[in-house]
Design a protein around this ligand. Structure first.
Ligand code: F3S
Length: 409
């Protein structure tokens, strides 16, 4: 891979060991994927902020970077972590664990990261423009910016995104190149999508069928909510490794099917109807005949304003069952604006909690939960796999009704 003189110096360690290591990772990736050179990025979005996933080793790693006087060279934001940021004591996260999480956060701050702690950083100031090159981790967020904003990122891992943030560059391969962004599978939607959870189910269904191909969706209404496309992208990335999709009327780099497929024939055509989605609703539920729930999770990906408004309307004047934690995840910025607008008070008057900076997929089951209800296929995947709970997947209203009744259905 071609390197400029300055990049050679970084690789030779003339700017210190942290930048040298970062260059070693980036050049190794570039060589593996046949990149000709490194290109500048305007931002990075990092995963591995959660103490539950990165542990003490993660903290030591960050402290080494600080000792080596490393800082991030571009706008760098962070995904959610393992505790509620401001109310962890009140909610009951264990003190020792929370302190470790706060140590991890403090280290990222010293490296110059912005503490957004969200999987929707494009809503809170990290919003790349059309055609801009970035290096993002977090599969739903990176898919959303490729699909809806027309920004360009590969599906970065925790380490590659961090190294790119340190150098301010990434290898020029994959989705940074126009030819690799073409659609490969035609996905015809032949059912009405009536709930946010339908989009999550659609993504999960298609991702499972196509792996890491790029689908081109037809028949998705052009007035679809952005939060629903966000749910679609999250579903695509959890059952498959889909880094972006094309949606006619939404994705800015295409104006018709011919452009989406770059005048080539799709490798395959799939049709998704109501039966397929119904199967996914069943497949993503592991609760069997068990109706009782003790955890209800909304906000995966982190909820947008319109979704919080919907929840406030559904919870107005109601009470969450004493045996159920109804937790709704979002970013601090979205929560604060929503609080000023009045709908956080309506939500929390019911006993539900709006959780900031938190993700149930990167924490532990500290509260003895056994069964979780959620409107997100991505959350069912991690609820079962990480929290070790049985899961039941349904619409936002079904989840809220279950939280109020203490049982599903
Ligand atoms: Fe966000 Fe966590 Fe879901 S990072 S997309 S809330 S699994």
């Amino acid at each position: 891979m071609y390197l400029t003189k300055e990049e050679e110096k970084l690789l030779n360690g003339e700017h210190g060991p942290a930048f040298q290591k970062a260059m070693e990772v980036l050049t190794a990736l570039g060589d593996i994927y046949g990149a000709e050179k490194l290109i500048k990025i305007s931002s990075s979005h990092l995963s591995s902020v959660a103490y539950a996933s990165s542990g003490d080793t993660g903290i030591r790693f960050l402290e080494r970077l600080i000792e080596d006087k490393a800082t991030f060279k571009v706008l760098t934001t962070l995904i959610p972590h393992s505790i509620e940021l401001d109310r962890w004591q009140e909610i009951g996260f264990p003190c020792e664990f929370a302190k470790k999480q706060l140590t991890n956060i403090a280290a990222y701050k010293r490296l110059n990261a912005i503490g957004t702690y969200t999987c929707t950083p494009f809503l809170v100031g990290n919003c790349p423009r059309y055609g801009e090159h970035v290096a993002w981790a977090e599969s739903s967020a990176l898919s959303y910016i490729n699909t809806v904003l027309g920004a360009r990122t590969n599906r970065e891992g925790a380490l590659s995104a961090l190294c790119a943030a340190l150098i301010g560059k990434t290898p020029f391969y994959g989705l940074h190149l126009s030819e690799n962004r073409k659609g490969t599978i035609l996905a015809k939607v032949e059912t009405e999508l009536t709930h946010g959870s339908d989009y999550s189910a659609l993504g999960y269904t298609v991702g499972k069928l196509i792996g890491n191909e790029i689908p081109v969706f037809t028949n998705i209404p052009t007035d679809v909510r952005n939060s629903d496309i966000n749910a679609l992208c999250a579903g695509l990335a959890v059952s498959g490794a889909v880094p972006m999709c094309h949606i006619l009327g939404v994705t800015p780099e295409i104006s018709n099917l011919k452009e989406a497929f770059r005048s080539e024939r799709p490798k395959d055509k799939i049709i998704i109807g109501r039966d397929e989605l119904t199967n996914t609703y069943g497949e993503c539920s592991t609760n069997g005949s068990r109706a009782k729930i003790n955890l209800a999770v909304l906000g995966c990906p982190h909820y947008w304003y319109d979704q919080l408004i919907e929840v406030a309307e559904l919870l107005k004047g109601k009470k969450v069952h004493n045996d159920v934690d109804l937790w709704i995840n979002t970013s601090t910025s979205i929560m604060q604006a929503s609080k000023r607008a009045g709908f956080i008070d309506v939500i929390e008057a019911s006993g539900a909690k709006v959780m900031c900076g938190y993700c149930p997929a990167v924490t532990k089951n500290f509260f003895g939960w056994e069964t979780m209800a959620t409107d997100s296929t991505k959350q069912t995947f991690y609820g079962y796999g990480v929290l070790g709970v049985d899961v039941v997947f349904g619409t936002t209203k079904q989840v809220i009704d279950a939280a109020i009744a203490g049982k599903w259905g």
